[in-house]
Design a protein around this ligand. Structure first.
Ligand SMILES: N[C@@H](CCC(=O)N[C@@H](CS)C(=O)NCC(=O)O)C(=O)O
Length: 330
């Protein structure tokens, strides 16, 4: 178990120095022709929480690549929005936590319908697993194991993993194109630590210093993104949608609703403080169903505000902002 992990789901994830440190993901293989996990219909499953920005990346790429249109290619299983004492759950929590959360779809993976928690899937994959049991996961139901639980790798793999089964227009489409790889990698280098994970480092800090050392860099990075988008471009690298947009979107779409208040990322909101980021956000959300259909504000808010009692002890879910996201031509 990593030093910032607690099995009770209480989100007291910080180290003694007050800093939150995210654990390294453990399952790091991919779906490859002729590999251990060969592409096949009816074999793989995607397990997600709708609230989770990392899982959200995978849901977006799955839909962008048209996998949602091919029956049994990569069905999605959604957990309850509440992250409770035993981790993510396929069934609503009982007892003290009863009635909270937004129910998921449960689990319908053949042979695993009896499983109540994500933890049981991790245990089936590796009985010695001792880390936190995170989403997203790609589950291989032929080998009974997890292919990968690291979203940055899952989304790269989905670019090509199932191309042979996809409609013509989706074959060969990649969100990590050869010619932009250096720029995408360079951007991920600062966006991940200061924005994607940066909001968590602010929110889960348990000492004033730890919070302060992360909130400044978060807003410096948002300023940098704002500048990058200030020439009116549609996507981060111009006219082409890439994984950099997808990775940033899942954090930004949660920002005004959750991170601004719950994680104390409150120098300014996106809608009022970052006109270019807001324009980019609304463009993705309203113009492409892969972004809108996969964003569930009720689950997002229910999860964050109800799952971290040490941040929000009464678990009250705020009603705003109104609206959760602005209309396209405000
Ligand atoms: N590096 C992982 C991080 C995934 C992650 O931390 N997911 C969180 C939800 S946002 C989780 O499942 N947490 C469960 C827990 O901590 O018990 C990835 O990008 O896939």
């Amino acid at each position: 178990m990593s030093d910032n992990s607690k099995k009770d789901g209480s989100s007291d994830w910080s180290n003694k120095d007050g800093h939150f440190r995210r654990q390294e993901s453990s399952f790091r293989t991919s779906i490859e022709p002729n590999g251990k996990h060969a592409p096949e219909i009816g074999r793989y499953h995607l397990v997600v929480a709708l609230a989770c920005p990392w899982a959200h990346r995978a849901l977006i790429v799955r839909q962008l690549k048209g996998m949602d249109k091919v029956p049994d290619l990569l069905p999605v299983h959604v957990v309850d929005s509440l992250l409770g004492p035993e981790g993510w759950s396929f069934v609503p929590y009982e007892g003290e936590l009863k009635g909270l959360g937004v129910p998921g779809t449960g689990i319908k993976i053949p042979g695993h319908e009896d499983k109540k928690r994500i933890r049981e899937l991790y245990m089936a994959a590796d009985p010695k697993y001792e880390q936190r049991c995170t989403v997203p996961i790609i589950w291989d139901n032929k080998l009974g194991t997890i292919v990968n639980n690291e979203s940055s790798e899952v989304i790269r793999n989905l670019n090509y993993a199932f191309d042979e089964f996809l409609p013509e227009e989706h074959k060969g489409v990649t969100y990590y194109p050869e010619e932009l790889r250096n720029e995408i990698d360079a951007m991920n280098e600062w966006v991940y630590p200061t924005i994607n994970n940066g909001v968590y480092k602010c929110g889960f800090a348990t000492l004033q210093d730890a919070y302060e050392s992360n909130v400044g860099p978060l807003f410096e990075s948002l300023d940098r993104v704002e500048k990058q988008l200030s020439d009116g471009r549609k996507f981060l690298f111009g006219g082409k949608l890439t994984e950099a947009d997808i990775r940033l979107f899942t954090t930004i779409v949660r920002f005004d609703c959750v991170y601004f208040t719950h994680f104390k990322c409150n120098y300014r909101t996106i809608r009022d403080g970052y006109p270019h980021i807001n324009r980019w956000l609304l463009g993705l959300y309203w113009n492409d169903p892969a972004f809108k259909d996969t964003t569930d504000f009720d689950s997002i808010k229910a999860h964050y505000f109800q799952s971290h009692p040490n941040i929000n002890p009464h678990r009250i879910v705020p009603q705003g902002p109104v609206p959760h996201i602005l209309p396209l031509n405000k």
